[in-house]
Design a protein around this ligand. Sequence first.
Ligand code: WT7
Length: 643
Amino acid sequence: MTQSIDSHLNEERLFPVPETFAARAHLDQSEYQRLQAEAERDPEAFWGTLAREHLLWEQPFSRVLDQGEAPFYRWFTDGSLNVAKNCIDRHLQGAQKHKAALIWEGEDGSVKTLTYAQLHREVSLFANTLRGEKVESGDRVVIYMPMVIEAVVAMLACARIGAVHSVVFGGFSAEALKDRLEDTGARILLTADGAYRGGKIVPLKRHADQALLREHEHQVERVIVLQRTGTDIDMLDGRDLWWHEAIAGQSAHCPAPALPAEHPLFILYTSGSTGKPKGILHSSAGYLLWAKLTSRWSFDLKEDDVYWCTADVGWITGHSYVVYGPLANGATVFLYEGAPMYPQPDRFWSMVERHGISVLYTAPTAVRAFMKMGDSWVKKHDLSSLRLLGSVGEPMNPEAWIWYRDVIGGGKCPIVDTWWQTETGGHMIAPLPGVSANKPGSCALPLPGISAKVVNEQGEEIDAADQGGYLVIDRPWPGMLRGVWGNPERYVQTYWGKFGNRYYIAGDSARRDKDGYFWVMGRIDDVLNVSGHRLGTAEIESALVAHPAVAEAAVVGIPHEIKGEAVSAFVILKAAHQGDDHDQLSAALRAQVTDLIGAIARPDDIHFVDSLPKTRSGKIMRRLLRAQARGEEITQDISTLED
Ligand code: WT7
């Protein structure tokens, strides 16, 4: 991380918008300036106009923004709509009905295409299945599934009937699933017998069974299981149903009720600096508007695009940019089920070629991994269909950026580096492809309607170029989170407290250069960014301490060539275990973290130590551990160190 920040500081290259691109873009310089001016003049009128123009309302709204209970902002409150209808039914007119909505490729190479009409049918069948299970508007449904079409169908079926989905990434452990089942209070769990990943099978149903053990405090009464891998599983009588049996005999007609604009759409868990992951709550109209607009603006989505966002639906990127944003725009979305390098490192490029992908949205960690495999894997394929490349998850180091541009994009595609978060619902800062010149490693400028700033410890805007500070948003926007599920105080405290509710505090540090471009430097809290995914040090530490041999643990991030950051752990053993074999213990602790959270959180290295550096007030001094984990000399101020 530090390395990439250093190189960012000296990055002066500028890549202008390709003229041919600008001429055709939805947002060109003049349209962009018009929107900007409108947003400055009257933000509410700006959002109101866009919401009327881009969403299909059942009951039009008369009021744009309700600030009565700020920072619990509410949008379009007296309006109503149906999110699934906006994503599907709206596109059933004329020829668009037979346009491909989803093109899916399995890890085994099988391909399935669903038109909008077919998607409508599948979603209706499953929505009726849920209704048959007495799922009512506002009920929570947890989805723990592979990257298959049915996962998208499940999300949209929930949206259709007003059920609140909470997707749990299939790479998370039984324990992580259990926590989310308990926190949401879901009565229904949707899963699959297994998921294909890198030629192996991830036993999802087995994890689900572990999560559902009787002693746990969940409310699940029904488990619907998709048959995907044919893995031998236990089906519990009276609780478990096969997906194909559950939809058999359902009607393909399912009403799409008008739901209030602020009706909750989904809960998605993300790590924070303290405690367990928090359930980020998003609601219907505002979220959908922002997912739709940003898909259109950032990716310049057009009628004939074949668009591929490589994220799993278990992350916010999959929610906003696999499902809601692109489908609301009537796009053709490509989905891939499996591991990126399976069976060979050219899997992605082979799919880009075979499916004619025109817009590709992926993460720096993937770009670095491909770059490391060498250009020859890419050169085997004709990637001329690509016209735009996107990036998300962490700042992209300039070396990877240039490789992405030249080797993948053939030097002709704009690179859209999108800064945003689970909480923001959609892109916040990004170079609009027809408007902003690219600077490698910078996410450029706030999107129309978004007011982002860098402020100092006192909350004052930093006007000097290149000086770092807190990245904040100083005006509400429709896609913003509506709260933390079941914990309103945590919402206020985490995102607003520090500066007296004046700003939304992203938790990132950033600087702006002389052109106003934003350069994100990283998290300011105890949150790691591993392969573009957030992990709280507190979560990993508590997984380590749960092992009987461990007395205390501290976790820090260390720079990693591919992952951006890797997890490095410092562990103090209990007296009775001081003599235990360290290699064996390391393996056991790594397995423990995998079991309690998931492989993504597994430490790369574990240091056994006698003590941890702490302040006199008992706080672990992570910066010292970080320096030690990185093998740096400790030159920092240690005057507050206790021991
Ligand atoms: C954190 C949000 C948003 C979907 C993926 C992760 C970092 C994200 C960028 C970017 C620099 C970025 C930030 C942010 N981040 N995109 N383009 N440049 N940093 O979502 O798990 O909610 O994580 O990811 O640190 O706060 P998330």
